[in-house]
Design a protein around this ligand. Structure first.
Ligand code: NDP
Ligand code: GDP
Length: 323
């Protein structure tokens, strides 16, 4: 029998890659789509799967729509990727972030509990929960110390996932994913902001790039590799929590160097530091230890940062050339 999966956040970066992966595996893929004034299907279109994903209108903050989505999809696997996912915005809209990124996790869990408690659940947790890091390399046992309303909201979702596993025996897993990027990454995130700027400056459509804290370090991987881990978590006999990371950390500055030098530019000739992009509290460094995911699921990151940034810069060169 064909398996059905329900993805919240299907119009986002990870939602698009995960939908493609599940379609390739033969799933019927249902995606929750929130009402918006603008077109949000561009990522599904870029991956050529817009017609194959079955869209269900709904919003994470409206539990009735989630119950209907569970009924319509008959999903046996639910991937909760929907969120207000941008850290900087979470200080401007902390309560919306709490509702959408935090409390809504319980909405999805409740919809599962009411409609089909045997459905397996994946929660998109984040390395931002480590925030002010308490260990040089963060793993599943590292103490959390979130530094933004986003990180705090995600920590609530993480613990509710564990709580529903322990309280109701739901097969609920939490993937603690470190930053992952791709040509489908939102333009507000630093990698994509940099690759887009490198392309625009190269093609004479932009003069400078303004960034905030370029000494911040991140463990960046490729979203295409990371969605494999999401699926693997739901195929395990037991639900669990897993850190998904590359095990290498790089400064924003060095990431800029990779992007600009790929298009034949020196980032130092174009970069300006703008205090507007500094955050009220910063996560200075993140570095994950994905050993458990490797040992238990055979997962490992396949794409190097250099390959990833080059892939993104090439995609942005093609986009900007077409404008
Ligand atoms: P995106 O920001 O690209 O996608 C977020 C998705 O959530 C979009 O589809 C958006 O829909 C949807 N959404 C937002 N609000 C609502 C709502 N009220 N109801 C229904 N849907 C909503 O995120 P990513 O794909 O990058 O990330 C996926 C998940 O993984 C997120 O939860 C994120 O926080 C988490 N995560 C991401 C990491 C990363 O590095 N990418 C790292 C760790 C965790 P719309 O398009 O209509 O706005
Ligand atoms: P995050 O790790 O989820 O916050 O992902 P981002 O890509 O938004 O930010 C990664 C790091 O880049 C953070 O430490 C930011 O402070 C830093 N950074 C520096 N300049 C910028 C900028 O202009 N935009 C963004 N988004 N981040 C920046």
């Amino acid at each position: 029998m064909t398996k059905s999966a329900l993805i919240t956040g299907v119009t986002g970066q990870d939602g698009a890659y995960l939908a493609k992966l599940l379609l390739e595996k033969g799933y019927r893929v249902f995606g929750l789509i929130a009402r918006r004034g603008t077109d949000t299907l561009w990522r599904l279109r870029e991956l050529g799967i817009e017609q194959q994903v079955e869209l269900i209108n709904g919003d994470l903050t409206d539990v009735s729509s989630l119950i209907r989505a569970m009924e319509t999809s008959q999903a046996s696997e639910v991937y909760n990727l929907g969120a207000q996912s941008f850290v900087a915005t979470s200080w401007e809209q902390p309560l919306l972030t709490a509702q959408v990124t935090g409390v809504s996790v319980t909405n999805v869990l409740e919809a599962i509990r009411i409609v089909n408690p045997t459905a397996r659940f994946y929660q998109a947790s984040t390395s931002e929960m480590f925030g002010l890091i308490q260990a040089e390399k963060q793993d599943e046992k590292t103490t959390f110390h979130p530094r933004s309303p986003y990180g705090v909201a995600k920590l609530y979702g993480h613990w509710m996932t564990i709580n529903y596993r322990e309280s109701f025996n739901i097969h609920a897993s939490s993937g603690i994913l470190f930053n992952h990027e791709s040509p489908l990454r939102g333009i507000e995130f630093v990698t994509r902001k940099v690759t887009d700027a490198a392309a625009r400056i190269k093609l004479g459509k932009q003069k400078e790039l303004r960034l905030g804290n370029i000494d911040a370090k991140r463990d960046w991987g490729f979203a295409g590799d990371y969605v494999d881990a999401m699926w693997l978590m739901l195929q395990q006999e037991q639900p669990d929590d897993y850190v998904i990371a590359t095990g290498r950390t790089t400064t924003v500055r060095d990431m800029c160097r990779i992007a600009f030098s790929h298009v034949g530019l020196n980032y130092e000739d174009h970069l300006l530091i703008d205090p507007k992009f500094f955050r009220p509290a910063e996560v200075e460094v993140l570095l994950g230890n994905p050993a458990k995911a490797h040992e238990k699921m055979g997962w490992e990151a396949k794409t190097s940062l250099e390959t990833l940034i080059i892939m993104m810069a090439d995609a942005d060169m093609r986009r900007v050339e077409k404008e």
